[in-house]
Design a protein around this ligand. Structure first.
Ligand code: MN
Length: 287
């Protein structure tokens, strides 16, 4: 990979999600793959005072603080010429990683997920912030999230592609369409073929010749193949297709940074989710 050094940054955040267990993802990975123990640098999550009256933005202060700290750490990694892989923890942390990378260079984003993560406090049904990081990175939602690390939007709509989506809230889908973000639902991928769709997604992202951040939610993969996630949705890309996304994107783009999030060992049936995270990291290292 052009000899670029990789920084593994772990963020054991669970406050953005509805189910506990995600905070143990990094610990569990290290237990199953001990080689990572010394390699992962942890950004600690420090619980803040919260406003529990706000049911639409649960644990906003803790998440905002964690994302700001992660952004500083990620920005440094990119500035030093390294490739940061940010490991969750829940997907809310992508707000911090994208904020950090985008401070250093203009980027596009491939968002691989079962969900859209495109809610705001106005569209959310649950109030869980891990359903909001992509919208917030594009400037939709509360200032406390959209102004993470620095003021204003971190991305432009034309440089963002959603991939593998199969669960959207009604108002969330409306917002995605209004914003004009290209969204490859899993149904489209199944119908037109994986290769066709990833090639097309890659082409859209190549238009402005930007570096690309890949935000990979493990629930994008079929839950029959990857069980250790909090919010499984039926169907989805295969394990191999998930790896193929990395291979294809690394071959065709400058990849600035990667998130691998939502590993929840509490629901893992074997050890296959941790092993998959390990395979993805090794795939990235092999580029
Ligand atoms: Mn997600």
């Amino acid at each position: 990979m052009e000899g670029r050094k990789i920084d593994l940054i772990g963020v054991p955040l669970h406050y953005g999600a509805s189910r506990c267990g995600i905070e143990y993802g990094i610990e569990s990975l290290v237990e199953i793959c001990p080689e990572y123990e010394k390699r992962i640098e942890i950004v600690e999550v420090e619980p803040q005072k919260e406003d529990f009256g706000n049911k639409k933005l649960k644990f906003l202060n803790t998440i905002s603080k964690t994302c700001n700290e992660l952004a500083v750490r990620t920005e440094r990694s990119v500035r030093e010429g390294k490739l940061p892989i940010i490991m969750g923890g829940d997907h809310a942390i992508a707000l911090g990683s994208i904020a950090g990378v985008s401070k250093e260079k203009k980027i596009g984003v491939l968002w691989v997920d079962a969900h859209g993560d495109f809610n705001t406090e106005d569209t959310t049904e649950s109030g869980h912030i891990h359903g909001m990081p992509l919208a917030a990175s594009l400037g939709y939602g509360t200032d406390k999230l959209t102004n993470c690390h620095y003021e204003g939007s971190k991305l432009e709509v034309e440089n963002v592609v959603l991939f593998g989506i199969r669960s959207l809230d009604e108002d969330e889908e409306k917002l995605i369409n209004e914003a004009g973000v290209r969204c490859y639902k899993y149904s489209e991928i199944a119908e037109r073929g994986f290769e066709v769709c990833i090639a097309e997604a890659s082409e859209i992202l190549a238009k402005n010749n930007l570096d690309i951040h890949i935000s990979f939610d493990l629930d994008s993969v079929d839950p029959l193949e990857v069980t250790g996630v909090s919010t499984p949705v039926k169907d989805g890309i295969s394990r191999e297709e998930g790896k193929e996304i990395f291979r294809y994107m690394f071959r065709n783009h400058n990849i600035s940074s990667v998130d691998i999030v939502e590993y929840n060992p509490l629901y893992e049936e074997r050890k296959e989710t941790a092993e998959y995270v390990d395979e993805l990291i090794k795939r990235i290292e092999a580029q």
